[in-house]
Design a protein around this ligand. Structure first.
Ligand SMILES: [Zn+2]
Length: 488
């Protein structure tokens, strides 16, 4: 194989040979693809970065998913030498290398515009991408459909459940990172990085910033979703080894999940601690202050704080003196000790992994599934597929719907103890439908017919309104319409 890029090969750009300079392509995330430096990488297989209709985007997404899957499969089955012989032309250009990296499901980060040094970097990046793919978990050959999931749930008694924001969205709690989520709202407040709100140092310097916006993420009290109840059901049936949640809303506790069975990996609003004397109170105690956008002060430290404030001889009193901080894990803060104490043992102990409502992008929770023994089946329940993991079975759809479908199939002893369960199943129990998305990859979609009909009606309504608006504009242009055009 000869690789040329039509120039000399002096290199000053620092390409690391490890995979830290690679990012996983999310084939669902068109923003990532549009922002990525793909302009000089023409390929029939690679995802396009040009503006296209939604349909084309969808087709491209499916196409790129399949390309990535096929390319990875070939590499894992045939090894590096056969892979390079098969996928690269005898005289490979840097375009060929970049396309192959993309077809393995990665995008180089901060790639400079094409020049002489690029080809060496690309060779290293391709090497890193191939290494990462070869280390990826292989799916279990006899665990690939919903029946396999049901049988395993019946047999298992140490299920490790990983949860994320998706299990609370049905209650109207927004995902932090989604387009309508918390961080996007903060951008309007002028913070250069919305995550600064959770910066420990900033909290100590000026706790008022956190307290001015914390009301936006204050969890509702005493409610939980059918999915939370599904986890409680696993607990009641002695099948739950542990629920590792990335959520800070503490809704698991309202569902009745026992503290021993729950690891709130990023802390939660369950308690708040004084930053000065470590006095701890139940989270609900500081909720009124949060709702009023006022700083919550420690009852033990407050009189001292006020005295010190009055005392002119005290030249410096930290802004955070005697301030209560919710026990959510801030950036710059270690994960709760409970997480580290449990995870090592649980990784070796569990007999089934179910990951629910999380895109598994934030370490170290995201790393859990990579660290369990390869023989342990892994099931995904999520609205969208996750390309950077290799789940045995992926059940796509709304988490509440998917869990309800599984429990319906498991039988009447598995009724989810939640008031919404029966309405999700429908009066005659036929409200949920299973669509096969990709039988080879074990991907299924659980469709709620009621939700689907509502969404279709909503789309039809919007289309009709648009058509009406266009028609009225045309009429207006032709001078035959009313003088006043309604503008929404
Ligand atoms: Zn205190």
């Amino acid at each position: 194989m000869v690789i040329h890029d039509g120039g000399a090969s002096s290199s000053s750009y620092d390409y690391s040979s490890d995979s830290s300079v690679l990012q996983q392509i999310s084939t669902r995330d068109h923003t990532t693809l549009k922002d990525a430096p793909l302009k000089d990488a023409p390929s029939n297989d690679a995802p396009s970065n040009e503006d296209e209709s939604d349909n084309n985007n969808l087709n491209n997404t499916e196409q790129s998913r399949k390309t990535i899957s096929d390319t990875r499969k070939f590499l894992k089955e045939h090894g590096t030498v056969a892979f390079l012989e098969n996928y690269l032309p005898t005289t490979a250009t840097s375009s060929d290398l970049l396309n192959l990296i993309i077809n393995l499901g990665f995008l180089p980060k901060n790639l400079p515009s094409f020049d002489d040094e690029k080809i060496i970097g690309l060779i290293k990046l391709l090497h890193a991408a191939m290494k990462k793919v070869r280390l990826m978990r292989s799916r279990i050959h006899d665990f690939y459909n919903i029946d396999h999931v049901l049988s395993k749930v019946k047999l298992a008694n140490k299920i490790l459940v990983i949860t994320g924001a998706g299990i609370s969205t049905s209650l109207g709690i927004p995902d932090f990172r989604s387009s309508k989520g918390f961080y996007s709202k903060l951008e309007s407040l002028g913070l250069s990085d919305p995550q600064e709100v959770f910066d420990l140092e900033l909290f100590h310097t000026d706790p008022s910033i956190f307290y001015s916006i914390a009301f936006m993420i204050l969890p509702p009290e005493n409610i939980h979703s059918p999915l939370h109840s599904f986890i409680k059901l696993l607990q009641s049936k002695q099948k739950l080894l542990r629920n590792y949640t990335q959520n800070i809303d503490n809704l698991e506790s309202y569902a009745g999940i026992h503290p021993d069975k729950l690891i709130q990996c990023h802390g939660s609003f369950a308690f708040a601690t004084c930053v000065t004397c470590q006095y701890k109170v139940k989270g609900e105690k500081i909720f009124p202050a949060i709702r009023n956008k006022e700083i919550a002060y420690c009852p033990k430290c407050n009189s001292t704080r006020l005295k010190l404030l009055k005392n002119d001889e005290v030249s410096y009193l930290p802004e955070s003196y005697g301030v209560m901080k919710p026990d959510i894990t801030f950036f710059g803060e270690a994960l709760p000790r409970k997480f580290h104490d449990s995870i090592k043992k649980d990784l070796l102990d569990c007999d089934l992994i179910i990951s629910i409502g999380t895109s598994l992008k934030v370490s170290p929770v995201a790393d859990i599934i990579e660290r369990v023994p390869p023989k342990i089946p892994q099931v995904l329940i999520n609205r969208d597929p996750i390309d950077h993991c290799n789940f045995d079975v992926s059940l796509l759809g709304y988490c509440d719907d998917v869990a309800s479908h599984l429990c319906q199939k498991l039988g009447p002893k598995w009724n989810i103890p939640h008031p919404k369960y029966s309405s999700i199943l429908g009066p005659d129990g036929s409200n949920l439908r299973v669509d096969v998305v990709d039988i080879n990859e074990g991907v299924f979609k659980i469709v709620n017919k009621t939700t689907e009909a509502e969404q279709e009606a909503e789309t039809a309504k919007l289309e009709a309104e648009n058509a009406k608006r266009e028609e009225s504009l045309i009429h207006n242009e032709n001078g035959v319409a009313d003088e006043v055009v309604e503008i929404d």
